[in-house]
Write a protein that binds this ligand. Structure first.
Ligand SMILES: [Zn+2]
Length: 120
């Protein structure tokens, strides 16, 4: 179990294991957030915050909630608006100490156009 918090500490996140890779996506929202996503089954991550702290943003077909801390603004997670038992989530690995995940391989995803992983 690896743990992290947003910058102010109001939101805490726990993931079950080190990610094998992180995803740097160039779609219209990820490039603005500057997030690096680590993917897990939704049921395997814990996101905890005091009531009212987490805020969400939806866009496009509104299938995902992009969750952020309402105090410091850090992007924490995307998750399905209507989750199922098989749902996955993206955790923003930027919240984690670089000593924990700094050497994990980063793959560049062309989420803006082809939805394929870009070659370096
Ligand atoms: Zn915060």
């Amino acid at each position: 179990m690896l743990k992290a918090t947003c910058h102010c500490g109001a939101v805490s996140v726990a993931i079950p294991r080190r990610p094998r890779s992180l995803t740097n996506c160039n779609c219209s929202i990820c490039r603005r957030y500057g997030s690096l996503w680590a993917y897990y089954p939704l049921a395997e991550v814990q996101v905890e915050a005091a009531p009212g702290v987490l805020q969400s943003y939806q866009w496009g077909d509104c299938m995902l909630d992009f969750m952020r801390c309402g105090h410091c603004g850090c992007i924490v997670q995307w998750r399905p608006v209507a989750p199922t038992a098989q749902s996955r989530t993206g955790i923003n690995a930027r919240m984690f100490d670089p000593e924990l995940i700094g050497d994990v391989k980063i793959r560049r995803l062309d989420g803006a156009k082809t939805w394929k992983v870009l070659k370096d």
